[in-house]
Design a protein around this ligand. Sequence first.
Ligand code: GDP
Ligand code: IMO
Ligand code: MG
Length: 422
Amino acid sequence: MRADILLGLQWGDEGKGKVVDVLTPNYDVVARFQGGPNAGHTLEFEGQKYVLRSIPSGIFQGDKVNIVGNGVVLDPALFKEEAEALAASGHDLRKRLVISKKAHLILPTHRLLDAAYEAAKGKSKVGTTGKGIGPTYTDKISRNGLRVGDLLKDFDQKYAAAKARHEQILKSLNFEYDLKDAEQKWMEGVEYLKQFQLVDSEHLVNKLLKEGKSILCEGAQGTMLDVDFGSYPFVTSSSTICAGACTGLGMAPNKIGDVYGIFKAYCTRVGAGPFPTELFDEVGDKIRDLGHEYGAVTGRKRRCGWIDLVALKYAIMIDGVTKLIMMKSDVLDSFETIKACVAYKVNGEEIDYFPFDINEGIEPVYVELPGWNTDLTKMKSEDEFPEEFNAYLDFLENELEVPIKIVSVGPDREQTIIRYVD
Ligand code: GDP
Ligand code: IMO
Ligand code: MG
């Protein structure tokens, strides 16, 4: 009986999809517990690249059970698109995927509200993915949401009432729209979704645990985007942290085993909001180019910067991380020196903790380490690592006080090195 959790520790896009796919053979079940199609999880293997949004990243590894938990928000139209694309490439999900009846539905009007609220915010907009995430979670918390289970009974009335309420708000915001095409696609998605196994997934999760099965819980977004502990208000609307796996799957905290915290060897962010170590110079451009730092779904340019250990330590504390995973090490292969932020300067005073507000006046304090100037991408074992890279790993482990168990040296499934540390 074990549920391990894999979480992003930065502002998302750390490489969660890749590592979930790599670790899936060690588990019986993979479960998503929050977020929705704002996520874009990339997997590469056998020369193919897949981007998953609502479907768990365990879907490609044999007959594992994949669960979309109650904490997820699901857009039937986008789900249909995603599942059909997978079916077309030979991956039929129907037997392997179960969806919680308690997962909330993203309505077409939620997407409109997302756009309308962003427009109303003007310069202070969040830079959302535009997928209706915020308005859907708002309806959930304000007890107005529609859930997957609602598709099975009196759905038309419930949908009409929700739509009418949303349209009133859109009108009050003077937001112009045309719903017809989107609504038609959405209704087709609803019919498609009904062919899947819609279950009370909290019962299933606990039954599987009782039978001794192991579960890997796949986080979306990252701890710095968490609605409580992230860089509020520039966050997403769900609990991206370790505790979110409990509420998002109906699983008690005493079922949690390892917590894998995943981070890039540097740092990125997409959308608006504070980013203390952001680079605006050619170094940032170089990281973006070498790391192909463009959104997996939207193609948006990701903002790039050095690793921020103040924020990482905070995330590790909130999530109770037991093992670290460092991604995209190869992106730093050709840097003479590498910087790591070890403290913030606020009003001239140096602090080493993550403060209430990082929106203004934070100046990163860096240490500089020698680069390794070596191609890591073909390495198969840590025995091959150059001295300077080992020194970087030692430095991070020393600062973060958690072992780095996995090092990723390229986007492919095979470019993953499991270290001996335990
Ligand atoms: P996720 O949202 O956390 O699953 O991450 P994304 O898929 O949005 O972004 C990670 C990107 O980095 C994807 O394009 C991956 O293919 C790629 N990637 C993952 N690991 C590595 C790595 O170690 N090196 C390089 N160069 N790319 C990687
Ligand atoms: P994965 O799972 C990176 C960001 C958006 C925006 C903020 C709020 O691929 O790591 P939302 O649409 O959720 O209301 O947007 O959160 N964001 C992500 N950034 N990776 C993600 O997911 C993200 N999901 C949302 O850019 O700043
Ligand atoms: Mg992503």
